[in-house]
Design a protein around this ligand. Structure first.
Ligand code: SAM
Length: 234
């Protein structure tokens, strides 16, 4: 389970109503049963259920199961898409090891509001399920031109584009200088021509292709993450 509190031997962690309900009535755990906790900083800890109350649960943390290990510094910048598909992207990006998930608003982005809290909840659940010890940082949506204007140029942007001067992703990743990476994918309608032209002029942008087929926006984001993990992740 992901928690916010510091984890150390002797610490006590309280769970809210929803999580207490989940442990008691979904997993059918009882006093004395054990659960694994992580907070993204202190590794994974084993904790014993101390007791349930009306809408709460108290856990006694005792021993560390796994230390916190470094994880790939891989960001996903993606143009938001329809509700169920964006939920899917947040969930799978967490499983595929994205450290930051950032909705970027492009000219053809056709989504009025992004519920970042819901995406964050999906990412936490996915992190718990796949046993990673961090949760991706789910950022508030920002406009594409603002994101690239404020960009720290030591992070390469792998710009996923279905046409234009792209290199296959494997060749592009093999040719990258060592350093952090962000994957950028466009919306259902693709990037506007001048957006693409503007991106291609930036020194930290490397255009990459994911094969000859036009992938749906969610497929492209997850395929790119999976490729990068296979080629350069650990
Ligand atoms: N209309 C479809 C949809 O409903 O999702 C296709 C959208 S495609 C234009 C959306 C984005 O996916 C593109 O902007 C690009 O970032 C990425 N993409 C799709 N196919 C790709 C490919 N073969 N190589 C690289 N990126 C691709």
């Amino acid at each position: 389970l992901h928690v916010d509190e510091p984890l150390a031997a002797g610490a006590t962690v309280g769970l809210d109503h929803e999580r207490a309900h989940y442990l008691r009535h979904v997993l059918r755990l009882d006093r004395g049963d054990r659960v694994a906790l992580f907070n993204g900083r202190d590794g994974e800890w084993s904790a014993r259920i101390d007791g349930f109350g009306k809408g709460w649960c108290s856990l006694a943390v005792d021993r560390q199961r796994r230390p916190q290990a470094p994880e790939p510094d891989l960001w996903l910048l993606f143009a938001p898409i329809k509700r169920t598909r964006i939920d899917f992207v947040a969930e799978k990006a967490a499983e595929l090891g994205a450290s930051v998930v950032w909705p970027v608003l492009t000219r053809h982005t056709d989504v009025a509001r992004v519920n970042v809290d819901r995406l964050r909840a999906n990412a936490i659940e996915a992190a718990e399920q796949c046993e990673r010890l961090t949760v991706p940082d789910l950022r508030e949506p920002a406009k594409l031109d603002q994101v690239t204007r404020d960009w720290s140029s030591d992070r390469t942007i792998l710009l996923c584009a279905e046409a234009g001067p792209v290199k296959p992703i494997a060749a592009a990743v093999a040719g990258l200088k060592p350093g952090p990476v962000a994957i950028l994918t466009g919306p259902e309608g693709g990037f506007a021509k001048d957006e693409l032209d503007g991106l291609l002029k930036l020194p930290f942008v490397v255009p990459v292709g994911l094969g000859p087929r036009i992938l749906r926006a969610d497929t492209a984001a997850l395929a790119a993450l999976a490729c990068w993990q296979a080629l350069a992740g650990d």
